[in-house]
Design a protein around this ligand. Sequence first.
Ligand SMILES: O=C(O)CCC(=O)C(=O)O
Length: 297
Amino acid sequence: MISIRLRSRISRQELDERVGKVVGDDAYNVLLTGPSRVFMPDGRPLCVYLPGAMRDVVTDEQYSALHSLRVVKTANRGAASGSERVAVGEQKRHYAMHVSSSVIGALDPGGTFKFCRLTAWTGKNLPQWEALRPALQAVAGAMREHVPERYAAQMEEIEQTHPDWVVPGTPFTTVTVNNTYPTGVHTDKGDLDKGFSTIFCLRRGEYTGGRFVFPEFRVAVDLQDGDLILMDAHQWHGNTAIVCACGEKRTAYCDACGAERISVVSYMRTAMTKCGSEAEEIGRAREYRERTKGVVR
Ligand SMILES: O=C(O)CCC(=O)C(=O)O
């Protein structure tokens, strides 16, 4: 495993120009191609790249569950959708492009949901969710081995979190599954500052691009099937465009040639420590529904 200590970063102005946009290959000049550990100029870990770490771990059954999520689309990824936001209507509400990105596992209160919960897909597909555990436990094992301080810090918070919301044997509450779209430059929100994030990649068919880039530090990695990266998701990151074997830029799975890039991001949501048990949260949801019955919003 090589170790890299970065010495420089791009200017704030140059970075601002890239935020929300899909970067090109001109956004990096270091491409990690083997096992590596990268530190930021202040000495904090930026990422650990572990090629092939998940190759013999992810089963066909797990792949099928993750692949099935491609039909779930969202316009809630904001800058990470890589699309320009458009103003719609007089209220100037902004919508980002619909992309295949699903949050599975547990979520803390947000938006119209005033209680902690398992996401809709998770509730409806519990056997598939549970079948993902061994893969998520393998990611946890890599995290414990390669970033032990971050793992310990995250486990401290996990121990304060009700087990109903934790993937057993891991420091994770939540997983985002993306299918074949390049994220615009963004930082992740809602996950634990003192922890670390993780992404493993599954590839099918042929495509180029989708390289994962830290534009501020001009570092990239071309995640192959079964590769795992442990990373500080509070640093700016995004992907290059994905071009499938048909020659098209893809923002979704290619039905014609089967080109597919699934990225599985596992992390802990900071606010999950405040959640009660599942039964308590269901009670809270019922109480809220009763209280707001007939209230027009
Ligand atoms: O797909 C990737 O490589 C990056 C995913 C990501 O950054 C995200 O979901 O926030």
